[in-house]
Design a protein around this ligand. Structure first.
Ligand SMILES: Cc1cc2nc3c(=O)[nH]c(=O)nc-3n(C[C@H](O)[C@H](O)[C@H](O)COP(=O)(O)OP(=O)(O)OC[C@H]3O[C@@H](n4cnc5c(N)ncnc54)[C@H](O)[C@@H]3O)c2cc1C
Length: 443
């Protein structure tokens, strides 16, 4: 009998742990062919002439793919790396290595699913099946207590029902050994220049350092628990800014360097003292699922404006100019400018900062929210289509989830981050200014 070879197409699942496509391929096939494609689609210019993927995120991606290759090699395997269109590369590799089937994780956002469809069609032409797996969410689609079409649009109802009637599946194992066919040209990792990008300059004021890859993701999670233990050990030292501590896991989660399930189960294991932070972390993972399932349920409609015909008249006549000032941190509002400078220099701002700047662009500057979402897509190190576009649509009030829309609280600027020189530099009076004051100043 001839050998069975399965091609594992890595995309936003750059890990060896809790990765069903990898484990399943190892179980079902004699040989496994892991492949990653740097698709030029993601490195082209967006309509405003800027890169679709900014250099900070691109560098993080390169590090993540390099770490995946290292981890696969440690198991005896290899990762084939190519630059090009996966709909051309995957069928060619499949023919070269006599592949019997191709595995990948199903995506949810429009652009990603379109690419999957093109790959599926190209593979069909050589009579190969693209097998879809579900692996990006905390709760498995099959375990939801409602069919996709009946998923509650309200986050509060979604959370209540899912927590009452569903369970998070356990993590699956890590393969012990991977056998790959004999590979003639595994391919080199591209440079940023080859992807059309400049090397980013690291800003000394950055509050967080992000290095891509599963190894760094596991370190980050461990660090989060260490910080949490420390806060627990000395509850009196918990300042208001300490309460604002979040995991900073989003860049790794976005690329699947760590699974939501793994984060969840490790949180449960560490939850000896039922802490505020770990509970919040689980709640935040659920927000991620919520936006993803909303995309699954509504598709692009989730982002559709409420009153398409009237929308344009709601925008400021000089919205292009206002948008430029927002992007460049030149609005004249210190808090907004400080946050935008931090985003531009580091690629990361926390959730509260995202809410404030998005709300400000939409409600105060009256700029089309899709411009802001596209700008975040370019800049964020943790860009994830459903999370980014879903949150923006949510703040703009254009989707069906209006009932549980964010309320932007009047929160002291000092709570934005414990160490944030951007705020200190751009907002000398940070201690006394809050968003309500900022908004009053505007009018
Ligand atoms: C306008 C706007 C745009 C956003 N764009 C993105 C994006 O492109 N990618 C992204 O991962 N998050 C996005 N978020 C959500 C959130 O701001 C970030 O996930 C969070 O700040 C990441 O920091 P953390 O890892 O410390 O979060 P934690 O508070 O530690 O949360 C843990 C994880 O839960 C998920 N999460 C937390 N909050 C949310 C949320 N509101 N929606 C969806 N997932 C959430 C993230 O994966 C995060 O890493 C956006 C929020 C807003 C308001």
């Amino acid at each position: 009998m001839s050998e069975k070879t399965i091609l594992v197409w890595f995309r936003n699942d750059l890990r060896i742990r809790d990765n069903e496509i990898l484990l399943e391929a190892v179980r079902k096939a004699d040989k496994v062919l892991p492949v990653y494609c740097f698709d030029p689609f993601y490195f082209r210019k967006n309509p405003s002439g800027n890169p679709k993927t900014g250099n900070i995120r691109a560098r993080f991606l390169l590090e993540s793919v390099a770490d995946l290759r290292k981890n696969l090699r440690a198991l005896g395997g290899e990762l084939i790396i190519r630059i090009g269109n996966p709909a051309e590369i995957l069928p060619a590799l499949a023919e070269q290595y006599h592949v019997n089937e191709v595995y990948h994780h199903r995506e949810v956002a429009h652009e990603e699913t379109e690419i999957s469809e093109l790959v599926e069609t190209a593979l069909w032409k050589i009579r190969l099946n693209l097998k879809h797996f579900i692996g990006h969410t905390l709760y498995h689609k099959e375990d939801l207590p409602f069919p996709i079409k009946d998923i509650p649009d309200s986050f509060a109802v979604f959370k209540k029902k899912i927590e009452r009637d569903s369970n998070v599946r356990p993590c699956i194992g890590t393969p012990e050994t991977i056998y790959t066919p004999s590979i003639t040209n595994a391919g080199e990792l591209p440079t940023l220049q080859e992807l059309g990008l400049d090397e980013p300059a690291d800003d000394p004021r950055a509050a967080n350092a992000f290095t891509g890859g599963e190894t760094a993701a596991l370190n980050q999670l461990e660090q989060f628990f260490l910080n949490d233990d420390q806060l627990n050990a000395n509850k009196n030292s918990r300042s208001s800014s300490g309460n604002n501590q979040s995991s900073k896991l989003s860049p790794w989660i976005a690329l699947g360097c760590i699974s939501l399930r793994q984060v969840y189960w490790e949180v449960i294991e560490h939850q000896h003292s039922n802490t505020h932070h770990t509970n919040l972390l689980i709640l935040d993972l659920l927000w991620r699922d919520y936006f993803r399932f909303m995309f699954k349920k509504h598709g692009q409609k989730f982002l559709a404006a409420k009153n398409n015909d009237d929308t344009a008249s709601l925008f400021a006549h000089n919205q292009d100019e206002l948008f430029e000032s927002w992007k460049n941190g030149e609005t004249g509002i210190p808090l907004i400018d400080a946050i935008m400078h931090e985003l531009n220099a580091t690629g990361y701002i926390n959730n509260y900062s995202r809410q404030i700047t998005a709300g400000f662009l939409i409600n105060d500057l009256k700029v089309d929210w899709t411009k802001g979402a596209a700008y975040f897509e370019e800049k964020l190190i943790d860009y994830s289509p459903a999370s980014n576009w879903g949150n923006w649509a949510f703040i703009a009030g254009v989707n069906d989830a209006r009932e549980s829309r964010y309320v932007i609280a009047s929160k002291p600027a000092t709570e934005l981050e414990t160490k944030n020189d951007f705020i200190d530099t751009w907002l000398p009076a940070a201690k006394s200014i809050d968003l309500q004051v900022v908004q009053t100043e505007l009018h």
